[in-house]
Design a protein around this ligand. Structure first.
Ligand SMILES: NC(=O)c1ccc[n+]([C@@H]2O[C@H](COP(=O)([O-])OP(=O)(O)OC[C@H]3O[C@@H](n4cnc5c(N)ncnc54)[C@H](OP(=O)(O)O)[C@@H]3O)[C@@H](O)[C@H]2O)c1
Length: 313
């Protein structure tokens, strides 16, 4: 299938591109090849010439604290443009040309996504949008299902949610969380950050009260391909099977990579992120929908074993 892929130089996108470069005909929509998703006119021209059968959209501004720094200027611009009322954006009235070449969270995550989604709708092409668990506030005691109401608590999550709202019913939204995998040249994921800290520092502190749903990048890439084959529409939580604190993850990493567990101390989420953008507290996403469709995710420790055995070869 001819797929226009955005974000293929990033952590998840680069792995999808590598795994599926022979199966699919990939058309890369990347900044490095001169394609900025905030530039609607150029983007639409490029897509029309490429004529893909599917858009896989992974590009985003993913730096959560960097996104938070954009919040005030984004809101000021939205108010000046008359499209920001009661903390909501009127996506239908948004003049996307006002955001061309901007690098803020709103420009990339909302306008960029809307530019892609509008082209997909106008040309009857399916779009798959890679969203995030950060659309939730992390306050739910039970597991989050696809039907739960989002309530983002930081600007990254808010802009990703508005991105979701740009996707119509004939698209697919997948929500991975805390991606980790084999060592990547594209970006260091959170497990490799912990491993490197354990190797280089005398002691480190990891959050013990926050719960996250780590997701093996191999599963994200294979899961997306599976959902393409199935033709699934709507929203799917594309997350791992285990719910763990960063502290528990650090202990498992130390065990699997033969690092010193005694170096790891505990810290609360509030203290760790003091002065940073808020993070969801307990974001346990349920993956039953994906399992019922026929796709099994890898258990966290199994994935770690695969990663450590590959890193030894
Ligand atoms: N990482 C996470 O913790 C996480 C968790 C859940 C969901 N997600 C979602 O998964 C997706 C992939 O995340 P990731 O961590 O793999 O991303 P990433 O490594 O941060 O890469 C971001 C990608 O977006 C591209 N990009 C940024 N601005 C662009 C623009 N204006 N026009 C075109 N391309 C642009 C970048 O291109 P350049 O390399 O050229 O700058 C890069 O390829 C994102 O949508 C993210 O929201 C991520």
């Amino acid at each position: 299938m001819k797929i226009a892929i955005t974000g293929s130089t990033g952590l998840i996108g680069s792995r999808f591109a590598d795994l599926f470069k022979d199966k699919h005909k990939l058309f890369h929509v990347n900044l490095s090849s001169g394609a900025d998703i905030t530039d609607r006119k150029a983007l639409h021209g490029l897509l029309s010439r490429a004529n893909p059968s599917l858009i896989l959209h992974l590009a985003a501004k993913t730096n959560v604290d960097g996104c938070e720094k954009d919040k005030n200027s984004d809101i000021t611009d939205l108010k000046d443009q008359g499209v920001y009322v009661n903390n909501e954006v009127d996506l239908g009235s948004l003049k996307t040309e006002n955001w061309k070449d901007k690098t803020t969270a709103f420009a990339v995550n909302v306008v960029g996504t809307k530019n892609l989604a509008d082209w997909a709708r106008e040309n009857n092409v399916k779009i798959i949008y890679v969203s995030t668990d950060f659309v939730f506030d992390g306050g739910k005691e039970d597991l989050y299902e696809e039907i739960d109401d989002p309530n983002p608590i930081n600007w990254y999550g808010q802009t990703k949610l508005w991105g979701e709202k740009s996707i119509n019913d004939s698209g697919l939204i997948v929500r991975p969380a805390y991606p980790f995998g084999y060592k990547s040249l594209a970006k260091k994921d959170f497990i490799w950050t912990i491993i490197e800290l354990l190797e280089t520092r005398d002691s480190i502190k990891l959050i013990s009260d926050q719960i996250i749903t780590p997701t093996f990048i191999e599963d994200i890439a294979m899961g997306i391909d599976f959902l393409i084959e199935k033709g699934t529409l709507g929203i799917v939580n594309l997350v791992g099977n285990d719910f763990l604190s960063p502290y528990e993850i650090g202990m498992l990493l130390a065990q699997e990579f033969s690092l010193n567990k005694a170096k790891i101390g505990k810290i609360s989420m509030d203290e760790f992120y003091s002065g940073s953008a808020k993070r969801p507290f307990k974001v346990r996403l349920q993956n039953d929908k994906l399992r019922n469709l026929g796709f099994e995710m890898t258990d966290f420790y199994e994935a770690l074993k695969k990663i450590s055995s590959k890193s030894r070869t």
